[in-house]
Design a protein. Structure first.
Ligand code: FES
Length: 196
C-alpha cells in the first residue's frame, strides 16, 4: 500500500517550520490552519496499489467523521463545560466543550477560546468527567494516576502518567451553531476512532 502525504501535512504534524528548524525547537501550539489541515488526514484518500495490476488501483474505503450539531455558542458560559457524545454513542465517546475565556489551540469563536475534548484519559482510560479546572484551563487530575491535560495547548499532558495528548474534537462554527466535525488523536480503547 502506498500512502503519500502532502509535505505541508507532515510539517503540520511535526510542528516544524524553517525558523523552528534553525533554532532547533518545535512549537507546541499549531495555528488553526495547521490544526484543521492535520485533522483532515482522516479524510485523505489512500490509493491502494496492487503489484502488476496498474489498472487495478482503486481508492480504499474511506471513513469520514459525522458533522454533528453540539450546541449554541451564545449558550456557553466561561469555565462551564458542556457534555456530549462524539463521534458516535459507543464506548469512550463522552466528550466536552468548554469556553475557556482565553485563546486556545484549535479554539473557535471570536476569541478562539471554545475547545472540545474527549473525556477518556489516554493512559489507561480513567474518566475525566467533573475534573475541569478553571484556574489552569485543564482537565484532571485523572482519578486513576493523576494525569492532567492542558486544554489551551491541544490537550497535552501537564503531569502524571499519560504520555499522549487528550484527543481533541475538531469544531466548526456556523453562525451561532457549533458542530463537531472530526477528532485529532486516537480515543483510548479504540483502534480506529470511527470503528470502535
Ligand atoms: S488512567 Fe489516567 S493517569 Fe492513568
Amino acid at each position: 500500500m502506498e500512502t503519500r502525504l502532502d509535505p505541508k501535512i507532515v510539517q503540520a504534524i511535526n510542528g516544524e517550520n524553517d525558523e523552528a528548524k534553525k533554532a532547533g525547537t518545535r512549537p507546541c501550539l499549531m495555528n488553526r490552519r495547521q490544526f484543521l489541515l492535520t485533522g483532515g488526514i482522516a479524510t485523505t484518500v489512500v490509493m491502494v496499489g496492487i503489484p502488476n495490476m496498474a489498472e487495478a488501483q482503486t481508492p480504499a474505503v474511506i471513513s469520514t467523521y459525522p458533522r454533528k450539531f453540539i450546541t449554541k455558542l451564545s449558550s456557553l458560559k466561561v469555565d462551564e463545560p458542556f457534555d456530549f457524545l462524539y463521534p458516535d454513542e459507543g464506548d469512550y465517546s463522552e466528550s466536552m466543550l468548554v469556553k475557556l475565556g482565553t485563546k486556545a489551540g484549535g479554539g473557535i469563536g471570536p476569541k478562539e477560546d471554545v475547545v472540545g475534548f474527549n473525556y477518556t484519559c489516554t493512559h489507561q482510560g480513567g474518566p475525566l468527567q467533573g475534573t475541569y479546572q478553571a484556574a489552569d484551563k485543564a482537565l484532571g487530575p485523572c482519578p486513576l494516576h493523576l494525569t492532567t491535560f492542558d486544554l489551551t495547548r491541544h490537550g497535552i499532558f501537564i503531569s502524571g502518567q499519560a504520555y499522549q495528548s487528550l484527543p481533541q474534537v475538531l469544531l466548526e462554527l456556523e453562525g451561532d451553531d457549533i458542530f463537531a466535525v472530526g477528532m485529532f488523536g486516537l480515543i483510548y480503547g479504540r483502534f480506529d476512532n470511527l470503528r470502535g
